[in-house]
Design a binder for this molecule. Structure first.
Ligand code: ADP
Length: 475
């Protein structure tokens, strides 16, 4: 499954131009991947356009059966897919395997849902009228995905697209194209019709992005990545008024109130902060702890963080791999330097690991304040900044003071506070007494600069369908 060529119109497309995919744990080359061009991308769009016309005629059950086969193949090959994922991205193998199963769960869930994309009959507004609402696939879907979940971000977009009758042209991040190509291998084996699924690996992110956004045959763009690039894509889509789903940056607050179960809050913080080495858009980025329990919470978190084992994700018993690249390391260093310069105190870690490369020590900062960069920008690394707060109103103001609004977490045992805080938070997702919120059955997505649309759940279907109403008269 270690495929290095692009997948266009059911064929594996090579190119004389190649780019290297490196293992971030070792710096070694994993593969030389075909660097497809904008012309290849438009050929993929043409193929997807034709394939979708035929595929739209399939019954829900036929689409469901295709996705079931695809799902079964992914699960059967989960170990190999995890090895490819770890090799190109660095996360520990067990976590990579978890990602494969998480991605597969979207294929399974949306495959089941393919049979249930119901329309509606609305009582007519006149005696001779009947009103029928159809739900139809939007058409060709263009997808652009990031490197932090090289499998799941593709799967999460591909699954609803295929479930409702759309076709797909995906461009995976240049750092991690192999997981997407391996998925294409399995989609092909599952019997996906020619042209329905296309994967275009390319170094030319801007060129391919522009083609997907401006080509009239593409009906929808679904993107996961930074707010900066999301804005570029949105502007580029204006010319053809495309539907868009954007899963952009976050800056998740994680709040622990005095009445919380502290041990469980520490467990939650470990997951919400250190999953994927802090490199997820829903990672806890700002940890607010109420004054009465601040010292106890900090002490327990430090103790747990001391147990984290860094290493090559392909070795046994590793909790955290390397960061994705040197730029990621420099960003964490910059956040620490800025914070300590303004009075923050390092309780643990604080710098590069002596393993070298892009390994970074799990770090915890105390006495963090709102004027520090770490509080305003997503760190995307293993850095836990602790902020002390006194009242609920104060922490809500702090939590909502961000331009981002993806996820938030809080720990309390007070049910009235649960409702008050959950309703007041300006985010799309709230973890209450849990640090883990991602599942295929719930709507994932954000508000403010964190994006548009939802992935997962029946709400995730809506993003891939168009509504058409039929007004039937003379009855
Ligand atoms: P991240 O910080 O997660 O890498 P980016 O937004 O930079 O977030 O990247 C997400 C995806 O968007 C990657 O596949 C990247 O190659 C792609 N990308 C970057 N710049 C552009 C662009 N101008 N147009 C389209 N895609 C882009």
């Amino acid at each position: 499954m270690l495929e290095h060529r692009g997948y266009v119109n059911g064929e594996w497309v090579d190119s004389e131009h190649k780019f290297d995919v490196l293992n971030p744990a070792t710096g070694e080359r994993v593969a030389r991947v075909s660097n497809l061009s904008v012309q290849d991308c438009s050929a993929a769009i043409d193929a997807a356009y034709l394939a979708q016309k035929q595929y739209a005629k399939w019954t829900g059950k036929e689409r469901s059966q295709l996705l079931r086969k695809f799902y079964d193949l992914i699960v059967e090959h989960a170990d190999d897919l995890a090895t490819i994922l770890t090799a190109e991205m660095g996360k520990p193998w067990a976590e990579a395997r978890g990602e494969i199963l998480y991605g597969a769960s979207f294929i399974e869930w949306f495959g089941e849902e393919a049979k249930r994309v119901y329309g509606e009959i609305i009582p007519g507004h006149q005696r001779d009228k009947r009103i029928v609402v159809l739900k139809q696939p939007v058409g060709v879907v263009g997808a652009i995905t990031p490197w932090n979940f090289p499998n799941a971000m593709i799967a999460r977009k591909l699954a609803p697209a295929l479930a409702v009758g759309c076709s797909f042209v995906g461009r995976p991040a240049e750092l991690t194209p192999l997981s997407a190509l391996a998925l294409a291998v399995l989609a092909d084996r599952a019997g996906t019709p020619k042209g329905l699924v296309n994967i275009v690996p390319s170094l030319d992110s801007a060129g391919i992005g522009k083609e997907l956004c401006s080509n009239e045959k593409v009906a929808k763009i679904t993107f996961t990545g930074s707010t900066r690039v999301g804005k570029i894509l949105m502007a580029q889509c204006a010319g053809t008024i495309k539907k868009m789903s954007l899963e952009l940056g976050g800056n998740a607050p994680f709040m622990v109130f005095d009445d919380a179960d502290i041990d469980k809050a520490v467990d939650g913080a470990m997951i919400a902060k250190f999953r994927n080495n802090g490199q997820t858009c829903v990672c806890a980025n700002r940890i607010y702890v109420q004054a009465g329990i601040y010292d106890e919470f900090a002490g327990k978190l430090v103790a747990r963080m001391k147990d984290l084992k860094l290493g090559d994700g392909l070795a046994d018993d590793v909790d955290m791999g390397p960061l994705i690249n040197e730029a990621a390391v420099e960003k964490v260093e910059n956040h620490i330097e800025d914070a300590t310069g303004k009075g923050a105190k390092v309780l643990l870690g604080g710098g590069r690991s002596d393993r070298g490369g892009t390994f970074f020590e799990p770090t915890i900062l105390a006495n963090v304040t709102s004027d520090m960069i770490v509080n305003r920008e997503e760190t995307f690394g293993p850095l836990a900044p602790l902020v002390r707060f006194k009242t609920e109103d104060e922490v809500l103001d702090l939590a909502n003071s961000s331009e981002f609004g993806l996820a938030a977490y809080f720990y309390t045992k007070d049910i009235a506070r649960v409702w008050r805080v959950a309703e007041a938070l300006e985010v799309g997702m709230v973890g209450i007494n849990t640090g883990h919120i991602s599942t295929e059955v719930a709507p994932f997505g954000g508000v403010k600069l964190s994006g548009l649309g939802r992935e997962g759940s029946h709400y995730g279907i809506d993003d891939f369908i168009e509504i058409k109403y039929l007004c039937m008269g003379d009855i």
